[in-house]
Design a protein around this ligand. Structure first.
Ligand code: NAD
Ligand code: MG
Length: 398
């Protein structure tokens, strides 16, 4: 029996890698549903190759999608729209595996729906977990969902934990002799850029990551180190540990994807060429292993491994994230929403690169914290933070 896979965000970078892995294992996996937001032509190409049963697009792209599917003789594919459609496919009774690869807060409700429906959920959409951490983890436990990390660092940490460690049971690995988690960061494209030059960097430069090919939002997050900040929060929730157990280590080669230290002095690392097909295949098949197109690491070529602490003066976003998870409540939601608005403004050349962390800092300071144990509270604070960030950016631009 083939497993049915739903890919939320199929037209993106993670969607691409997921489809590549699935194509190699078509005897075990069928693509049941794919979703896309902007690039309908790309979605149609995916439909031609993978023949899903359902596609989900925004309402304003429904007509275009329908016409193009007709043109290619694919009128049997059902078209659903908007958030309702996303939630429908991610919790569909016929779906076994959900790849959560929508970027940003837009992925929260469909990812949560998959968790509530008890699916195997391959989590790339870190923003969803950052926003709803406690709720997402509790729902996974309650509904027997199998939450597996696709983010390469968290996938690496998971691989370095004792193999009976179960994320969805929300147990703490600290009871199993773990002393520290070392979260590696490439340092991004501006690792060596002097502080006074950061104000001038362009969106194109920020999106040119030295080791990974990714969507534009996460590329900018990698450049500001907010990606590592979001990942710090992600690690706290996934592995039920407090932020003081997570040390960020800059490792420019991106060969070690993260490490776990044990109380006996052991440090376990997961290594590999930087290609998302590896963590995707790991999460897809776990606890089995399956082939990917990724070549094995050649240590005679990639023989140099460097490490250094992050520079939080030049890249304040990491510290803002650490403060947000320390404070808890809705602060990580506020941080994430303000970051999404600021990154979008930077990509549209409305603010400078160095303004991104200023916007986030402002919005965090302008918000009173409350507990985040209710989805409505989380969603209303997400909206509030976006509004505050936009107002601040407009005022700054005048
Ligand atoms: P991307 O921009 O390439 O793709 C994003 C996908 O989300 C696209 O399919 C797009 O159509 C869809 N989307 C965008 N806005 C949407 C909306 N409002 N509603 C519904 N769908 C929407 O991004 P990506 O690089 O593939 O990243 C996806 C997620 O995976 C992000 O959360 C990112 O942080 C995480 N991630 C990515 C990588 C990577 O290497 N690319 C690595 C680790 C984690
Ligand atoms: Mg990562």
């Amino acid at each position: 029996m083939r497993q049915n896979v739903c890919i939320l965000g199929a037209t993106g970078s993670i969607g691409d890698s997921t489809l590549k892995v699935l194509a190699q294992h078509a005897e075990h996996y069928a693509v049941f549903a794919v979703t896309g937001y902007h690039r309908i032509d790309k979605l149609i190409e995916i439909c031609i190759e993978h023949r899903p049963k359902v596609v989900v697009v925004p309402q304003n792209k429904q007509q275009e999608t329908w016409q193009k599917l007709q043109q290619h003789g694919l009128s049997n594919i059902e078209i659903l729209t908007d958030e309702q459609g996303l939630v429908h496919v991610s919790s569909h009774a016929d779906v076994d595996v959900v790849m959560a690869a929508i970027v940003g807060a837009a992925g929260l409700l469909p990812t949560l729906a998959a968790v509530r429906a008890g699916k195997r959920v391959l989590l790339a959409n870190k923003e969803a977990l950052v926003m709803s951490g406690d709720i997402m983890m509790q729902e996974a436990q309650k509904n027997n969902a199998l939450l597996l990390p696709v983010d390469s660092e968290h996938n690496a940490i998971f691989q370095c934990l004792p193999h009976d460690y179960n994320i969805s049971k929300n147990s703490t690995p600290l009871k199993q002799g773990i002393s520290q988690v070392l979260l590696t960061a490439s340092g991004g494209p501006f690792l060596h850029t002097p502080a006074d030059e950061l104000i001038k960097v362009t969106p194109a430069q920020a999106c040119k990551h030295p080791n990974w090919s990714m969507g534009r939002k996460i590329s900018v997050d990698s450049a500001t180190l907010m990606n590592k900040g979001l990942e710090l929060i992600e690690a706290c929730h996934l592995f039920n540990i407090c932020e003081s157990y997570v040390t960020v280590v800059v490792h420019p080669q991106s060969i070690i994807h993260s490490m776990v230290q044990y109380i006996d002095g052991s440090t376990l690392a997961q290594m590999g060429n930087p290609d998302m097909c590896t963590p995707i295949a790991h999460a897809l098949a776990w606890p089995q292993r399956i082939h990917t197109p990724v070549p094995a690491l050649d240590l005679f070529v990639n023989h140099q491994l460097d490490f250094q602490p992050p520079d939080t003066q030049r890249f304040p976003a990491l510290q803002l994230a650490r403060e947000a998870i320390k404070e808890g409540g809705v602060m990580p939601t506020i941080l994430n929403a303000a970051n999404e608005i600021a990154v979008d403004a930077f990509l549209n050349e409305k603010i400078k690169f160095t303004d991104i962390s200023k916007v986030i800092d402002y919005v965090l300071n302008a918000t009173s914290n409350v507990a985040a144990n209710d989805l409505e509270v989380i969603l209303s604070h997400d909206i509030l933070a976006r509004r505050t960030a936009n107002t601040y950016i407009q005022r700054k631009g005048q």
